[in-house]
Design a protein around this ligand. Structure first.
Ligand code: 5GP
Ligand code: MN
Length: 337
């Protein structure tokens, strides 16, 4: 944060406030880790802070300290709305535009209280009184650590807060391997372990809690793998039937797309997941190097994200979506070959 942002934030937090903290729709480890850590910090500082999530998150995040206090707009609409409409201050974390907040978008549009944004996605919107946006950051969790430190409150970080922040840094960096992982990221991680984050246990909670059906779904996904060597591209499809046959639970397909990128010579990977209830094909896009999946997702799939990790969707059928995708690749031939 720059000095002006620190001053404005200190002013906004100078007296006890009612605060709502919002993660993006389909919250991931970074969204939940950052919002829960920030809520714990603000409550410790004498504010009344609550996390209001647009919808549920995967079971492998349910152990996060503070989970039971989260208000879900999907299942607890009245209380979630009230927390937003009565808030003196609203934090939005790990997203750059209200449209990323799902059904909460309409509620946020009506708010007159000031906002503070903490986020590492490209092209941040301009709704906030304080826009702490840094696309070079590994994760919003790393930013929340810097945020608390900038306010002079590193000592306020508890073991529970450290566990939340460790989780989001770990998940958003692919366990500290993506290029966004810097020396500073590792320094923050070291500080969080010193504060009591149990790193071994957190890795187990996130990565070693698979069901048999989830592993079998991974088997199906891998057998659906298509490699397009001429474009250094690989993709996976999963149909609604394949999800149903394997008792799909939220979060089960997390990380599947990365298997495409583990193929030697592949720099662009996509997973297409059919969602019959929402009548869309949800896409996760990944790349290595300079090829921007953020730009591609923005241009063609109503989406966005980061240079090397983005999401989007298509309103066509699974077959048509894949056919259109293959037809699109020649446009990017220069960047992909
Ligand atoms: P994932 O593929 O893991 O869902 O998301 C990868 C990255 O892209 C994350 O940073 C996520 O916030 C972002 N993202 C995922 N879906 C969308 C989308 O539909 N729109 C935008 N703007 N970003 C997305
Ligand atoms: Mn993130």
């Amino acid at each position: 944060m720059n000095p002006t942002q620190i001053t404005t934030t200190k002013e906004l937090l100078s007296s006890s406030k009612k605060i709502a903290i919002i993660p993006h729709k389909n919250p991931d480890g970074d969204a939940m880790g950052s919002t829960l850590a920030l809520a714990a910090y603000l409550n410790k500082k004498g504010h009344e802070a609550v996390v209001v999530a647009p919808n549920e998150y995967p079971h492998f995040l349910k152990w996060l300290p503070g989970d039971s206090d989260v208000l879900f707009y999907t299942s607890n609409t009245g209380n979630a709305r009230k927390a937003i409409t009565t808030a003196d201050l609203i934090f939005t974390l790990d997203f750059n535009h209200f449209s990323r907040a799902g059904d909460l978008e309409a509620e946020l549009d009506k708010v007159s209280a000031p906002f503070i944004m903490i986020d590492h996605h490209q092209q941040p919107d301009t709704y906030a009184a304080v826009t702490y946006s840094d696309t070079s950051m590994s994760s919003t969790c790393e930013m929340v650590y810097h945020f608390i430190k900038s306010l002079g409150d590193e000592d306020v970080i508890t073991a529970d807060m450290a566990s939340c922040l460790y989780t989001g840094i770990m998940t958003d960096t692919g366990s500290f391997r993506f290029p966004s992982t810097t020396a500073t990221t590792h320094e923050v991680i070291a500080a969080l372990i010193k504060k009591g984050a149990n790193n071994d246990q957190i890795h187990q909670n996130i990565y070693d809690t698979n069901s048999e059906s989830r592993l079998q779904l991974l088997g199906v996904a891998l057998s659906n793998l298509v490699v397009l060597r001429e474009y250094r591209t690989a993709y996976i499809t999963i149909s609604q039937k394949e999800l149903d046959d394997h008792k799909f639970q939220k979060g089960d397909t997390e990380g599947f797309v990365n298997y495409c990128l583990s193929l030697e010579g592949i720099i662009f990977a996509v997973i297409f997941i059919e969602n019959k209830a929402d009548r869309i094909i949800k896409m996760s896009l990944r790349s290595k190097g300079d090829f921007s999946v953020n730009e591609l997702a923005r241009a063609h799939y109503h989406g966005g994200g980061h240079t090397n990790a983005a999401g989007g969707k298509s309103d066509e059928s699974l077959e048509e979506t894949v056919a259109q995708f293959k037809a699109l690749l020649p446009t990017y031939k220069e960047q992909l070959t």
